[in-house]
Design a protein around this ligand. Structure first.
Ligand code: TEU
Length: 537
């Protein structure tokens, strides 16, 4: 039986390319990452998700794979990967890898064979049409691609691509393609990974790109994927990247026989709306709208990822409220639905508010995930194109290049070091290590306390009603124990009265400053502006 380790994990996502360069060529690599494992272990991280590190022409930051069975030579060798896996395991850190199989790179040998020969067995690995269908879905990047169909001169037909045209969609309905996917999963499982992040899950099976895709077919495929996984490992998990509405959650979780985890995009955007309004209501509505999840299922909470802050599920007025609060300048927006910024610049560097946000995210029901650089409060670099603005290199010290690379010319040739207040001179691991009041040391404490509160990861949750609209208070219970978290989203202090007779003696676990102990039968909780308090009840 699975011990459901993922329900009490502390996850961390990183891109090998931007984490640490060990050989001075200006590009991060597996050896560099291996040297930095002690930093991650010291923080308390127990599970890494690595963004794609496979050979790729890099049209889409590695999300266009040319070879599923290797490491991009810029990042190291398979040998370096295996050594990294050993060193991670020694430190109790599990590793999830990105399974990018909605599409391949157009440079993948399968696509090369498919386009050059209509009789090739690889032809049906992709989705072709001679005539453009009448109804077409929108491409994911409408600012760059005008259609999901691209005409291929060589084979005189159109192929389907939901993302960039250099990323032809695989025809996953084809059993031969499914067999290839299982072979890829089997390979990485043998190398010791603890599971997969399933990239672009909702797009996997999309018929001919026509609206009303074959949902049943997708469900079957997700079940079969799980069956394959279980036949090879009792421990590994599947984590789907699916930014979908609550009524679609069951497609991914099934009866507990499909995905183990889903990214919690839903609560993510509700959290940002709540922060923008300085009101708890959007978070409460968000939580309440999450359907019941099978026992083995879990949601993965996060603040930001490597894409834009995707707000596409919000109503248009709500979207505008978040834009107005956190991205007033046009160039931070991406075609109307997202924000290309990291959190600290969105909150104008307000340390107290940054802590509030992570404290909140870590206490939400589910598993928390950080993204590299979150622990030190890294910013973005809006002078970079598109999503590159939030993909700058990790800042290790105030040395040149932020200690990321010894190669001055090469790393600087690629201007990835973020500037200004958030640049490596001010924000870096070495400096924060020495400062007891730093965000990084705070994050380490947050993680330690969170590990002592399995209730947030494993328990059932309940909203605690308060008389202050700006206060979000909730309680999670598991195996007869309860953990309570109270967050003041507003920039003014308050005293929130919590209406409950159930919890009388609260023991303070974690808070933003020294508070008077709570006394008496009525729970009157003092909170500073953006204050937060965690209790054991
Ligand atoms: O994103 C998949 C996805 O569904 C997109 O809509 C995502 O929300 C969008 O890229 C926002 O910028 C994944 C990866 O996270 C993304 O980086 C890749 O570009 C994409 O798949 C294609 O592989």
């Amino acid at each position: 039986m699975q011990d459901q380790w993922y329900k009490n994990a502390i996850a961390y996502s990183l891109d090998v390319e931007t984490f640490m360069d060990s050989d001075g060529d200006g590009v991060g690599d597996f050896q560099g990452l291996t040297h930095c494992l002690d930093h991650l272990a010291g923080l308390g991280i127990t599970c890494l998700w690595l963004l794609p590190f496979y050979p790729s022409p890099n049209r889409d930051n590695g999300y266009d794979v040319m070879d599923y069975y290797n490491v991009d030579p810029r990042l190291g060798t398979l040998g370096d990967f295996v050594e990294f896996m050993y060193q991670a395991r020694e430190r109790g850190i599990r590793v999830l890898v990105d399974l990018v199989v909605n599409h391949t790179s157009n440079q993948h040998p399968w696509f090369q064979a498919a386009r050059s020969d209509k009789n090739s067995k690889y032809r049906d690995y992709y989705v072709w049409t001679d005539k453009l269908p009448e109804h077409q879905v929108e491409p994911v990047f409408p600012d760059i691609e005008s259609s999901v169909w691209e005409y291929d001169e060589t084979s005189q037909a159109y192929y389907l691509h939901h993302f960039y045209k250099e990323q032809p969609d695989l025809n996953i309905a084809n059993p031969a393609v499914q067999a290839e996917i299982y072979k890829i999963m089997g390979f990485w499982l043998e190398l010791g990974v603890s599971g997969f992040r399933i990239d672009a899950a909702p797009f996997l099976i999309t018929g001919l790109g026509i609206e009303g895709a074959d949902e049943k077919c997708l469900q079957n495929f997700l079940s079969q994927m799980r069956e394959f996984l279980s036949s090879r490992s009792t421990d590994a998990i599947l984590l789907a990247e699916a930014n979908v509405k609550p009524d679609q959650f069951s497609v991914y979780f099934g009866e507990g026989d499909r995905m183990h985890m889903l990214f919690n995009f839903l609560l993510n955007r509700h959290m940002f709306l709540a922060l923008a309004r300085q009101e708890a209501a959007p978070l409460i509505d968000g939580l309440k709208s999450i359907p019941k999840i099978p026992q083995i299922g879990q949601l993965l909470n996060f603040v930001r990822n490597h894409d834009e802050l995707d707000l596409s599920g919000l109503a248009s007025e709500e979207l505008e409220e978040v834009f107005a609060a956190f991205a007033p300048e046009e160039n931070m927006r991406s075609f109307g639905r997202g924000i290309r910024r990291r959190l600290p610049p969105m909150l104008e560097g307000n340390c107290h508010r940054i802590e509030l946000t992570y404290s909140l995210m870590f206490s939400l029901p589910g598993t928390p995930m950080l993204r590299y650089g979150d622990e030190i409060g890294m910013g973005d670099d809006l002078s970079l194109e598109g999503r590159e603005s939030v993909r700058t290199v990790m800042q290790w010290s105030d040395e040149p290049n932020g200690g990321f690379s010894t190669s001055l010319e090469k790393a600087l040739a690629k201007p990835t070091i973020s500037k200004g207040n958030y640049g490596y001179k001010h924000v870096n691991v070495a400096t924060e290590q020495r400062d007891p009041a730093s965000l990084m040391n705070w994050m380490e404490r947050l993680i330690r306390i969170r590990k002592q509160c399995p209730e947030f990861g494993r328990g059932g949750w309940q909203i605690l009603e308060t008389d202050e609209p700006c206060v979000f208070a909730h309680c999670c219970e598991w195996q007869g124990r309860a953990a309570i978290a109270i967050h003041n989203l507003a920039d003014k202090e308050c005293i929130a009265t919590i209406k409950t007779n159930k919890y009388k003696h609260l023991i303070e676990l974690f808070c933003d400053r020294q508070y008077e102990p709570i006394q008496g039968e009525v729970l009157s909780i003092a909170l500073s502006a953006y204050g937060y308090r965690w209790f054991r009840a």
